[in-house]
Design a protein around this ligand. Sequence first.
Ligand SMILES: NC(=O)c1ccc[n+]([C@@H]2O[C@H](COP(=O)([O-])OP(=O)(O)OC[C@H]3O[C@@H](n4cnc5c(N)ncnc54)[C@H](OP(=O)(O)O)[C@@H]3O)[C@@H](O)[C@H]2O)c1
Length: 287
Amino acid sequence: MVLHRNLGPYDTTAIGLGEMPLTLENNLGEDKGLETIHAALDAGCRHIDTAWAYYCSGGEEQTGEKLVRKALQTWDGPRDEVCVATKVGHFRNFVDGKPSWEVDGRPETLIRNGKLSAQALGVDSIDLLYMHRPDPKVPYNESIEAIKQLLDEGVAQYAGVSNTSIELIDVARGILGDRLIAVQNQYSPVHTDTQDTLDYTAKVGLAFVCWSPLGGYRRAKDEKRFGSFRALAKTRGVSYQQIVLAWELAKGDQVFVIPGAHRPETILDSLKAGDLDLTPEELATLD
Ligand SMILES: NC(=O)c1ccc[n+]([C@@H]2O[C@H](COP(=O)([O-])OP(=O)(O)OC[C@H]3O[C@@H](n4cnc5c(N)ncnc54)[C@H](OP(=O)(O)O)[C@@H]3O)[C@@H](O)[C@H]2O)c1
């Protein structure tokens, strides 16, 4: 069984599926996307992470959320057990011919897009809705008040914040109270700058969800940082990705990982990371 943890009130898997590579540029098409999500669910994964903005720049919007909806509608397992998280606050654009990520944290946009997210996911109420990224042009409290309105109206059950600092987590806690359940920040062997927020979530009773836990779906920036993970993987006879995910999960009981995948094989391998019990000595070498 895939390792379970409490994400706020949800008893879900500590290893979720990061949906992003399935609908961004260079994805392998809808059939492969559905196959990948179904494989993850069949293997026991009960946590899917998507976003309003997971679509190809310049293309139809919200294709990630629509893919998740279709995958769940065509899956014959227990839909109610699956915790689906999405995010609002980003959109895609082309800048100088290149795909880019833009932010729009204006309350009216967040409220409109939150409702569109529920529609695209085909739910009355979203399980977990994140504020995707602070918008420097909009005071953070104004964006979070919009998320609160979505909770008050029942568009979402619980909220999270992403790409955020301790100071902004506290702003969100002040407005959302115990309906704020998660912080989703980048965290991996090549990105530990957010360690302070990981530690803070343990202190204040929030979940910490590591995004790009394997260093990113394109290519990890600093391959050298994975050296000790590869060495231990060889000794243990598993993939180094499993060692990375197990190391992250060992950072605290509040930690979740959402590895991305383009195909069933990689997510099926990642889901096994919860079975690895790394010893204190092994963890020390990795640190
Ligand atoms: N909140 C935010 O701002 C934010 C930003 C970025 C991402 N995210 C979330 O975080 C999720 C994960 O991030 P990510 O997709 O960028 O990168 P990632 O999880 O760090 O890496 C994904 C890549 O690792 C490969 N992989 C995964 N498991 C593997 C395994 N067991 N063995 C070998 N290769 C494996 C996949 O390969 P294949 O391609 O071969 O399957 C995929 O290309 C996203 O999908 C998204 O949901 C959130």
